[in-house]
Write a protein that binds this ligand. Structure first.
Ligand SMILES: Nc1nc2c(ncn2[C@@H]2O[C@H](COP(=O)(O)OP(=O)(O)OP(=O)(O)O)[C@@H](O)[C@H]2O)c(=O)[nH]1
Ligand SMILES: [Mg+2]
Length: 311
């Protein structure tokens, strides 16, 4: 074997690869769970409610041979009801515009209208697309075969991979198939950068996640979270970082739900969020939560911009 490839042939297997991978699909299929699993860290909010992700989240995985920049996106929204929906849809479309590879995450079910829409859209865009059939832990093996067949009949995907983001099954194979389709290119981000989102943004996401999880039934998709105050090493709080957060439901009646009897519901949000935020920041915090209704915020462009949702 000639171990010295000529310059003109090169050794393409050894070439460094780098690119963007858009993670798309209908709401609640496990896109954010997959991102967190790939990154082996809690980057994106995950909840059993659809439309947990409202803006895209970048996760950059650095390895010796590649840099894979994943873009987790909000779940597909068919018809936008308001400005917030419109911007959420746009987040997904923009991720696809930048993507070198797409991963369509789906339930272990035969394709529905949304999956067919993506299949056509990805072919039209000419992006190599991989279907990740997620949640295979929740179905019998026999049930999977017809699903795989149905996806291959769509004739739109370069690979079909069964995975469980929750149990970490099939993730290594998925990564292999993604990476080999990334372009040969130098790194796009410095090696220590894992996301383009600020610490503040990630703190907000942790609080939003708890709201989505704890108020699964009660709250419609209308609760925004902002940071009112952030003081590092606050002398008023024993040297802890003081973070004051404001939760904005759309209606005053929802404010009472969020507070709960004797403020207990809100307290639970605080307890759970504080744990995640302390892990994220690597230090103790004093977390304060406030609730104030903000009518019609889903239609307020300036406020949506403040939440990180581009025009
Ligand atoms: N059984 C099972 N459940 C999973 C798996 N992956 C994700 N889930 C669950 O599916 C639900 C939705 O997960 P998310 O990661 O928030 O889904 P998403 O696609 O990001 O949802 P949106 O942001 O709302 O579009 C959560 O309850 C997850 O725990 C899996 O592999 N198996
Ligand atoms: Mg998500």
């Amino acid at each position: 074997m000639n171990s010295f490839p000529t310059e003109s042939e090169g050794n393409t297997d050894d070439a460094f690869r780098a690119g963007f991978i858009a993670v798309v699909g209908r709401p609640n299929v496990g896109k954010s769970t997959l991102l967190n699993r790939i990154m082996d860290t809690k980057l994106a909010a995950v909840s059993p409610r659809p439309q947990t992700t409202h803006v895209r989240m970048l996760g950059v995985l650095n390895r010796e041979a590649y840099q894979a920049a994943f873009l987790d996106t909000p779940g597909y929204i068919g018809r936008a009801r308001d400005e917030m929906d419109r911007r959420m849809s746009q987040e997904g479309a923009r991720a696809l515009e930048e993507a070198d590879v797409a991963v369509l995450v789906v339930e272990p079910r035969t394709p529905g209208d949304v999956e067919r829409y993506f299949a056509e859209d990805l072919v039209r865009r000419g992006i190599p697309a991989i279907v990740a059939i997620n949640k295979v832990d929740s179905v019998a093996k026999e049930a999977l075969l017809p699903v795989i067949e149905a996806y291959s009949r769509l004739d739109a995907f370069v690979e079909i991979v069964p995975i469980s983001a929750l149990r970490s099954d099939g993730i290594g194979l998925l990564m292999e198939l993604v990476v080999k389709r990334l372009p040969e290119a130098g790194p796009m981000f410095p090696p220590d950068q894992i996301t383009d989102r600020s610490e503040r943004f990630r703190v907000i996401e942790m609080v939003r996640e708890k709201l989505f999880r704890l108020f699964y039934q009660e709250l419609p998709y209308a609760t925004a979270v902002t940071i009112d105050e952030w003081v590092d090493e606050s002398t008023n709080h024993g040297g802890k970082t003081h973070i004051a957060i404001r939760i904005h439901p759309e209606k005053d009646s929802q404010r009472l739900i969020l507070l709960g009897k004797g403020g207990l519901a809100l307290k639970e949000v605080g307890v759970q969020a504080r744990g995640d935020i302390e892990t994220l920041l690597g230090k103790q915090i004093f977390l304060e939560l406030w609730v104030k209704a903000r009518p019609q915020w889903r239609r307020d462009p300036a406020f949506l911009r403040q939440l990180g949702m581009a025009d």
